[in-house]
Design a protein around this ligand. Structure first.
Ligand code: G1P
Length: 267
């Protein structure tokens, strides 16, 4: 619920899903459940007050939030890792392919399709799971799930077939610099694997390990999606997102630009 300027992070992520054609959303929460539910729920009293006082923009904004999609919630009762969190969605998802968007990764692609839509398009062409990747500086590979692209994928553009993957490898053992950045389209067979997945890195049930197992029976692709990705779970990533997003907001843009210029002269 941490806001970037004045919009909670989760709302940007839900908007990406909705703009990608997703209509049913399950948010896997910990203890934040109630404030999220309230945020995405309709508040008729507030809507009426805003309408009556002529605050049209604010009124439309809160209606948009409530109308974004059908949002459901499930609480992950124990912090057993990302793979375990995804397993909490098993009965919601059923026997269909589904998308995963991680709460710390915001992706902006102003001139093109949202990152998730790019992955869905790949799924629709290949009929196989797709992980969203981008190249990260080599010294950062130890923070991510890293893919090992298949040798046959040298000239296949943004889409590569995955040979293997590893969660947060030591820098000198990483098979590439292509990191999984919080966007996935997965086939439902992943749930059966997750049910039997042993804890991996950090003692947690890792989604990367489960996708690695999925690779034995199914093809998995990686797509180097277009867009700027912000890691808002990281202090500097959060600051960068706040500044970039604020620069796009008319009400603070001029003030912020002047402030940055002033600051730049001092430092
Ligand atoms: C998770 C995943 C990792 C992925 C990363 C992207 O790690 O386990 O594979 O690269 O998200 O943000 P976390 O950042 O939750 O430790």
């Amino acid at each position: 619920m941490l806001p970037i300027v004045d919009i909670p992070t989760v709302q940007y992520i839900i908007k990406e899903a909705v703009d990608s054609g997703i209509e049913e959303i399950l948010i896997i929460t910990n203890s934040n459940k109630h404030c999220m539910e309230n945020h995405f729920d309709r508040s008729y009293e507030l809507e009426e007050r805003l309408k009556a006082s002529g605050k049209t923009e604010e009124y439309e904004n809160i209606c948009d939030i409530a109308n974004m999609a059908n949002i459901y919630y499930v609480r992950q009762k124990e912090p057993k890792g990302l793979g375990h969190a995804i397993l909490c969605a098993k009965s919601f998802v059923g026997d269909q392919p589904f998308a995963v968007l991680l709460g710390d990764d915001i992706v902006v692609n102003e001139d093109g399709a949202p990152a998730l839509k790019q992955l869905i398009d790949v799924y629709n062409t290949c009929g196989a799971s797709v992980v969203g990747v981008q190249t990260v500086p080599h010294e950062m590979v130890c923070k991510y799930g890293i893919i090992d692209p298949h040798k046959s994928s040298k000239n296949t553009g943004r889409r590569v077939k995955v040979e293997d993957m590893v969660e947060k490898p030591p820098i000198d053992e990483a098979p590439s610099d292509m990191a999984i950045l919080g966007r996935y389209v997965l086939t439902p067979e992943i749930f059966e694997i997750l049910e039997n997945q042993e804890p991996g890195k950090g003692g947690e049930i890792q989604l990367t390990d489960a996708i690695k197992t999925l690779l034995i029976s199914q093809a998995v692709y990686a797509y180097d999606f277009e867009g700027i990705r912000y890691d808002v779970g990281d202090k500097f990533g959060f600051i960068k997102a706040t500044i970039d997003f604020a620069l796009k907001r008319d009400e603070v843009n001029e003030q912020l630009k002047n402030y940055i210029k002033e600051l730049a002269e001092k430092i």
